[in-house]
Design a protein around this ligand. Structure first.
Ligand code: GMT
Length: 376
């Protein structure tokens, strides 16, 4: 098949899932065309056969001060579909990508291609439901040939918020167990934890939904009792506040903000505990990657996280904002090394059994085939 993938290039889950999906589809013999406003994060890591990248360019024109990107993405999609005769165009994130693909299709009514939309989370729960985007988001969902959501929770939210009657297929996020595995050596540990301290990790884009202050609150309660270090990867609006809070709580010297990093798997490989106290996560891809790397995930129970983490079996869940409970889970597991190692192994096994890239990507392929069969 010839498949177009329209996605965001930024440091965030939807772009990562789109990129890894495209990579895997290319390895399985499909020709994959990424359409994005910049090189998607993680796509430039290694060259691969069957992968094409088409950058979208827009126009900065003073008479039209609003964002023209959605229209530019549509124009680029038209060109790529025509030039390469794509069978499927898969939009990741409803706004603006799904509506751009729909616009591209309307521009060339005689050209047949299937339109698939994947809903990732905030495109429904934050952006899409804002009054300025609501009718357009609903329209994009209703007018896609197939729609997927990354968890049952997100499917239910979409139905509830938008009154959607169309079928929404749940296809979860996935993980590559080769990439996300513990490595025998760990330079980060030698650097930050030379005396065998435990490493706590948080990875996100530091938006309010991530509750990064809760990460610091949990860590401060544990660091008092167990020698440990906290590493933050990523950047975003709440980074400075978290840095201030760490200083105020007296753990500034044990808290390290490394900013956006490329090879995220190296950091998971060095961590003992992954903290993920989000207000909600439609799925929580970072939690899955941490589990696959045998980290103990301590997360909130917001959104779809309970679909991914089995409390007490392969990680821990607590109510949103309950930093005491999260700290107690950390103290409990760090105090029992053999249980901790066993839980890490179970987490990896469950991640692989339930969410392996080679089990999930074929579900997308089946969906593409079903869309094309219906069109014929
Ligand atoms: O919130 C983010 O971290 C970014 C956002 C995105 O769309 O890039 O992530 C969402 O999509 C991910 C991939 O499907 C999910 O794993 C995240 O849980 C989801 N984030 C939220 O729901 C807050």
């Amino acid at each position: 098949m010839k498949i177009g993938i329209v996605c965001s290039p930024t440091y965030g889950g939807s772009g990562v899932v789109a990129t890894e999906l495209g990579r895997s589809l290319a390895q399985r013999g499909h020709q994959v065309h990424f359409i994005s406003i910049a090189m998607p994060f993680r796509l430039d890591a290694s060259p691969a056969e069957n992968i094409y990248y088409h950058e979208v360019h827009s126009l900065d024109y003073p008479v039209l001060p609003g964002e023209l990107w959605g229209i530019s993405i549509a124009s680029r999609t038209v060109q790529v579909v025509e030039d390469y005769k794509l069978d499927i165009v898969h939009a990741h994130y409803a706004i603006p990508h799904a509506i751009s693909v729909w616009l591209a299709r309307s521009v060339m009514p005689k050209t047949k291609f299937g339109m698939v939309t994947t809903l990732h989370g905030t495109d429904i729960t934050l952006v899409g439901k804002a009054p300025s985007f609501f009718p357009i988001t609903r329209f994009a969902i209703e007018n896609s040939d197939a729609v997927t959501a990354v968890s049952s929770w997100l499917r239910e939210e979409t139905i509830r918020e938008f009154g959607i009657e169309k079928e929404i297929h749940v296809i979860p996020n996935f993980v590559d167990d080769e990439k996300f595995q513990r490595r025998p050596t760990c330079p980060l540990k030698e650097h930050f934890a030379p005396n065998g301290e435990k490493i706590f990790l948080h990875v996100s884009n530091f938006r309010p939904v991530k509750r990064v202050n809760d990460v610091v609150e949990v860590f401060a309660r544990v660091a008092d009792k167990i020698p440990s270090q906290l590493v933050f990867i990523g950047d975003g609006p709440d980074r400075d506040a978290a840095q201030r809070l760490a200083r105020d709580l007296g753990v500034g010297d044990r808290t390290h903000f490394l900013g956006k990093q490329e090879r995220i798997e190296n950091y998971f490989s060095c961590a003992d505990v992954f903290l993920f106290p989000s207000e909600y996560e439609s799925f929580g891809l970072a939690a899955l990657e941490a589990m696959c790397t045998e980290n103990i995930v301590i997360a909130s129970n917001g959104g779809g996280l309970p679909e991914v983490i089995n409390h007490g079996v392969d990680g821990f869940l607590a109510n949103v904002g309950d930093v005491e409970a999260m700290a107690n889970h950390a103290l409990e597991i760090l105090g029992n090394e053999s249980r901790m190692n066993e839980m890490g192994r179970v987490a990896r096994r469950n991640a692989i059994d339930r969410y392996h890239v080679d089990s999930v990507v074929p579900i997308y392929e089946e969906l593409y085939n079903a869309v094309l069969a219906r069109q014929r």
